[in-house]
Structure formats: C-alpha cells, structure tokens
Design a protein around this ligand. Structure first.
Ligand code: LMR
Length: 329
C-alpha cells in the first residue's frame, strides 16, 4: 500500500512538471529570396544558432521564396502576429515610413562599404526605430549589394532605356528614377519577376548579382549593365509587441544570435557579389556591360535630380549623413 502511495506521488509530480513545461516560442521568419543568397543564408544561420542554444525554449521556422508571404503582405501579417521576423528590402517600407527612402536615391552611395558606414552611423541607427509608432521595430540591417540594370537590349546611356518597361520594387523613388530616363516603371512583387521577363511582359529590371543569379533573371535578359547605381539591403524587422513580450533571457539570446547571423549574411553578401557576377559571365547567357566613366556620368546626370523631389519627405539631414558616409577618413 505504501509503495502504491509513493508511486502515485511520483506520478503526480511528473505530471505537474510536465504541465508547467511551456511549449517553445515559435518564430516564423518569412522571406522572398532563394536560400543560396545573403538573406537566405542569414535566416538559416539564425535558426541554427537559436535552436542550438535555446532549442528547448525557441523554435525558428524559416520560409524562403515567398512561400509564406510575398512582399506586399508580410508586414501586415507581422502586425497581425502571423509572422514574427522578416527582412524586406529597404525599398518596401513606404507605407510605414518615408525616411527609409533615402536608401533608394540613385547614385547616393559610392559602394557597399559606404552603405555600411551610414547604417552604423547615429542617423542610420535612428532609422531602426523610425516605425515604432506603427508597431514595427528594426533589429538590424543586412547587406545584399549594389544594384545592376538588366534589359532585353544593351543599356549604355540613358537614352537606351527610353520606352522600356522596368520592374521595380514598391518604391516611389525607384519609379521616379526610371521616369527620369523616360522608361516605364512597373511595381511588381519579386516572385513575379522571372515570369514577367520570360514572357516579355516587361523589358528589364534592376537587382543585385545574387538575386539576378539565384532567380535566373540572367537566363531571360540578354544584357546586364554594371551600373552600381543603387543598393538593395534589408531591414530585419519584428513587431514591437512580439519583441517586448519575449522573456528577457530569450530576447537577449535572440538578439545575440541575430547579430551573429547578420555578420554571417554580410560576409555571404560580399562573396556573392563577386562569385555570382562571375557565374553569370561564365554562363554566356547574358552579356555584362561595363560603362565608361563618360557613359556612367550620363546616368548620374539623368537620375540624380530625383533626390530633390524626395528631399523633403526623407529629410536633408539623412541625405547629408548618407553622403558623409562616402568619405572614408
Ligand atoms: C526585390 O524585390 O527585387 C528584392 O527586394 C528581393 C529581395 O528581397 O532581395
């Protein structure tokens, strides 16, 4: 009888402790690019780090290739609690803040190192919190790289773009940029770009080497101009509510894993900007055009007036801070 009572007591304790063991917190991380890209690799690294360190408390489910949400839906879904982390391109936040448009100004940054310096400057860090009133919080920036223009015909000077339809991200600055060279900007989600190019519904697009390679745009675009005219980088974003509700130890662990995953993704970005460019050249499917300084200057002269149109919305202070980041000393 006594054995029986002892066994019952042990069972009761076991059941009670099972009851208090909470289910792990699930972080859904949604993105639109392939896994073999800076963002894809960063997301996978984040999952690996979080689960190896806190797997009993936190689980990370990564959804690449617009599997869960595409560009237009992911931030709304985040505010509804249907996804916890995303990393949209900085060109996709215009509904929530106009300030991030600074990253879209054509020919603002000399290279990705300048972009990095600006992001790490006090003004750049301030931007992480520019959507707090809308319930969104930036956890950090992630690089992809400088943008190149591709088209069905060679683009050497701005007049070559006249009348061509270019797919753009949902940014009014990018629309103005293509209108400045008398081209026709068409706002479309990333997931549709390959088919639009393949069916010739559009004539061209602008993107980074890693996106042009991983999504096979180079197979359906005969010419890529190495213009480096702008940047595609990302804001790692979460909902302020989700973030503040996390237990402090989990939040600290997630933050640390995020910083390490970003560092990893940034290295992948630097490598892919070189490797994927070379793979495209080696494929022979698309001809890469290097601009002469005179040709490049013509693009600068045509597109740079766009800055003036957006200066008020973005803020001169931000544009000046971005320009200052071009100085190396
Ligand atoms: C695009 O829409 O072209 C890019 O923003 C996709 C991405 O996330 O790199």
């Amino acid at each position: 009888m006594r054995i029986f009572a002892a066994a019952a007591a042990v069972l009761a304790v076991t059941i009670a402790s099972a009851d208090v063991r909470a289910d792990p917190i699930v972080i859904k991380f949604s993105h639109v690019v392939a896994e073999n890209t800076p963002k894809g690799q960063m997301a996978n690294k984040f999952k690996e780090l979080v689960e190896s360190r806190m797997g009993d408390k936190v689980k990370v489910d990564v959804f690449p290739n617009s599997q869960l949400f595409g560009d237009n839906k992911v931030l709304e879904a985040m505010l509804l609690g249907d996804v916890q982390i995303a990393a949209p391109s900085l060109s996709k936040f215009k509904k929530y803040t106009k300030k991030l448009q600074v990253f879209d100004l054509p020919f603002l940054f000399t290279d990705i190192e300048a972009v990095d310096r600006f992001q790490n400057s006090p003004k750049g860090q301030e931007l992480l919190r520019s959507m707090e009133d809308k319930g969104l919080l930036g956890l950090g920036y992630l690089h992809n790289g400088m943008k190149q223009m591709s088209a069905r015909r060679p683009l050497k000077t701005p007049k070559d773009a006249k009348g061509l339809k270019f797919r753009i991200q949902t940014s009014d600055v990018l629309a103005a940029q293509f209108k400045a060279v008398k081209a026709i900007p068409v706002k479309k989600p990333f997931s549709e770009v390959f088919t639009l190019l393949q069916t010739k519904a559009i004539d061209g697009q602008e993107n980074t080497w890693s996106n042009i390679y991983s999504k096979k745009f180079f197979e359906v675009q005969a010419h890529i101009t190495e213009s480096n005219h702008g940047v595609i980088d990302y804001l790692i974003v979460t909902s302020s509510e989700f973030w503040t509700d996390l237990p402090a130890d989990v939040r600290g662990g997630v933050e640390k894993a995020m910083a390490e995953a970003i560092a990893h993704g940034n290295q992948v970005a630097l490598d892919k900007a070189v490797e994927d460019r070379q793979k495209i050249i080696d494929s022979g499917r698309s001809k890469v055009i290097e601009l002469t300084p005179e040709q490049r200057q013509k693009w600068v002269d045509s597109m740079k007036p766009v800055w003036g149109k957006f200066q008020k919305e973005i803020g001169k202070d931000l544009i000046d801070a971005a320009l200052a980041a071009n100085e190396t000393s």
